[in-house]
Design a protein around this ligand. Sequence first.
Ligand code: C2E
Ligand code: MG
Ligand code: MG
Ligand code: MG
Length: 276
Amino acid sequence: KRQGQGQRVIFTQQLVQDMRHHARLLRDLKQDLDSEGLFLEYQPQIDLRTGKLLGVEALVRWQQRNGQRVPPDQFIGLAEQSGLIIRLGDWVLRQALKDLQSLLQRVPGIRMAVNVSAVQFNQQDFEQKVEHCLLQQGLQGSYLDLEITESVGILGSDAVETKFHKLKDLGITLSIDDFGTGFSSLSYLERLSADRLKIDRSFVAKLDASASGQRIAQMIIGLGQRLNLQVLAEGIETESQLEQLKVMGCHEGQGYLIARPMCLNELEGWIDAWRQ
Ligand code: C2E
Ligand code: MG
Ligand code: MG
Ligand code: MG
C-alpha cells in the first residue's frame, strides 16, 4: 500500500520482521505519548543578512524508556498511517505554544514554526483546533508559522485553498517545507498564498559540490522573489553554503552551522550568547 495502488511484493521474512517492529514501535509510542515521554527541541531560524533571530522550529523528540532515541523520520510516518499523528500533533502544537509564551518574554516578536502533517491538516476542524490553542495561550496567530510539506493530496485542491485562507485570517503564516522535493505545481503556489518556501536541505548540501545544486537553490530563491514569498534555506552546515545563499539573495536560514535543535533551557542560554 505504501507504494501505491495495484502494487505487489514478494513475501519475505524481512517483511514480517518489519511489520512486527513497526507494530511494537507504534504501541510504545502510544504509551509514551500518554505518559509524556515525548518532548520538543527548537532550532533557531535567523535572518541571514543581519543574524537576527527570527524564530524557532519545533521538532518532536522521542526517548524510549530504555533511553534510546527514535528519530522522527522513523515514527512520524507510522503515526500518520495509524492516525496517532492527530494526538501527537495536538500535543506538539500545545507544547510549542506554551514554550512560545515564555520565549516571547525574552525575544519580542519571535515566531514559532510547527510542522503539520497532511493527515493533521486535512482534519475538518483543524483551523478551529489551532485557533483554540492560540486562545488558550492568549497568543496572536501572527507568532505561529505552520510548516506543511509539499505532498500529493494536500496542495492543490479548493478545500485546501480555503483552509489556507482561514488560517491566514487568524494571522498565521504558512511555509512550504522541503520545497523542491514534492509535487506542488507553480500555479497553486500562487493560489495558496503561502508565505514562505523552505529550500530542502538536500539542495543546500549540494551547494558545495555541484553546479546543479547551485542552480536549484538559485531557482527557488528567484521563484520566491517573483511570487513575493520569503525563502528560508534549511540544513546550512558550512560557511561556504551560508555565503552562497546570502549572495543569491536568500533571506532566512537554519542549520547546524548556526545552531542544532535544543531543548527550551539550552535555547534560552543560546539566545543570550547569540545576542552578544
Ligand atoms: P523538517 O521539518 O524538514 O526538519 C528539518 C530536519 O533537518 C530536522 O530533522 C532537523 O533536526 C534537521 N536539520 C536541521 N539542520 C540540519 C543540518 O544542518 N544538517 C542536517 N543534516 N540536518 C539538519 P529531525 O528533527 O530529525 O526531523 C525530521 C523530520 O521529521 C522533519 O523534517 C519533519 O518533517 C518531521 N517532524 C519533526 N517534528 C515533527 C512534528 O512535530 N510534527 C510532524 N508532523 N513532523 C515532524
Ligand atoms: Mg520543518
Ligand atoms: Mg524541511
Ligand atoms: Mg523533512
